[in-house]
Design a protein around this ligand. Structure first.
Ligand SMILES: Cc1cc2nc3c(=O)[nH]c(=O)nc-3n(C[C@H](O)[C@H](O)[C@H](O)COP(=O)(O)O)c2cc1C
Length: 316
């Protein structure tokens, strides 16, 4: 049997998503029945990390409207065919990060994804649902087949990561402070993501990727926090409205755009500090009444891989 060809597409600023990718792909690299090709995306104009405050917020209109930045030429032949593509991405403003958007919209990306099973692998704070909806649409446009979605989110509560994640991306500081946990995904979660690679390896050996159905069920691939769905939808609508206005004013360097942006940042912080806790409290209160509806929303956004954990084997 000839080796299965797997393509990993990735981009990471801090190296966190690369660590996730390395953990997942370790069993594939170790195998002689899998040939792994890693494609790292390089934007023509690189993004800073840590981010200056205005520069950080100033890219949300382009993120939400999926405006692709120019990428450096891809180190791959676009006509090459793969048995499986693992698309690793981080979320920027409830959207796929801009280099990933650029890949998904590029001629090369579409050609590589055409008629190919795809596993999305997300590493983000914890708001990824609207981004995945956008990615699903772009994958469909490329005629790719999404078979699984794995999501790793930052450690700590929503409230804690609301402070630790921005602190990290805006200052580079990741350490625990004021009793809050370290920023980013827990090391343990990253290490344990190896289980997905093992399952992918076994599935490839049995041609299961060809069945057009998930291969990572039962491994706790994803867990939707329903209380965040409404906040994401409200945030997404707000980004669309203000993003349209800012794009109309001009390119990111336009001084008037920056001035209007400052007003929006203040408005946005007020919105987050009010809407997010209010919707979370309301949903907690309404949970007993809307149990069925919430479960349906959870099930819908957890597709295709689901949150079941019955196939996780504990290893010491
Ligand atoms: C510009 C920007 C916007 C972000 N927006 C979100 C977001 O909407 N939802 C989320 O869960 N995480 C968000 N994050 C966190 C990232 O998804 C990711 O966890 C972090 O940037 C580390 O990724 P890295 O591997 O590229 O270093 C954002 C990060 C950046 C830099």
């Amino acid at each position: 049997m000839s080796a299965k060809k797997v393509l990993v597409v990735q981009y990471s600023q801090s190296g966190q998503l690369t660590d996730v990718v390395n953990s997942v792909t370790a069993p594939l690299i170790a195998s002689d029945t899998v040939e792994l090709h890693t494609l790292t995306l390089h934007p023509e104009k690189s993004y800073p990390f840590p981010w200056p405050l205005i520069r950080f917020f100033n890219i949300f209109p382009e993120c939400i409207y999926l405006d692709p930045p120019a990428l450096k030429p891809l180190d791959i032949n676009k006509d090459e065919k793969f048995d499986l593509v693992i698309l690793a991405y981080q979320v920027w403003f409830l959207s796929p990060s801009l280099p990933i958007t650029a890949f998904l919209k590029s001629v090369e990306g579409k050609s590589l994804l055409q008629d190919t099973p795809v596993i999305t692998l997300i590493g983000c704070r914890n708001m990824w649902i609207m981004a995945q909806e956008a990615v699903k649409k772009l994958l469909k446009e490329a005629n790719a087949r999404l078979i699984d979605n794995v999501v790793l989110t930052d450690q700590g509560s929503t409230l804690a990561s609301f402070i630790t994640t921005p602190r990290w991306v805006l200052t580079g500081k990741k350490d625990p402070f004021w009793g809050l946990p370290a920023a980013g995904i827990a090391d343990k979660d990253i290490q344990e993501a190896e289980r997905f690679g093992l399952a992918i390896h076994d599935a490839l050996a049995e041609d299961k990727e060809k069945n057009n159905s998930p291969i990572l069920i039962g491994l706790g691939a994803v867990n939707v926090d329903v209380s965040l769905v409404q906040s994401e939808k409200a945030g997404y609508r707000s980004f669309r409205v203000w993003g349209a206005l800012l794009r109309l004013i001009g390119k990111p360097a336009n001084p008037l755009r920056k001035l209007v942006l400052v007003f929006y940042i203040i408005f946005l912080i007020a919105l987050i500090l009010t809407i997010v806790p209010i919707t979370m409290i309301l949903q907690k209160l309404l949970k007993p009444l809307l149990k069925k509806k919430f479960q349906a929303i959870k099930d819908q956004f957890e597709l295709p891989s689901g949150s079941a954990e019955d196939k996780i084997t504990v290893r010491n």
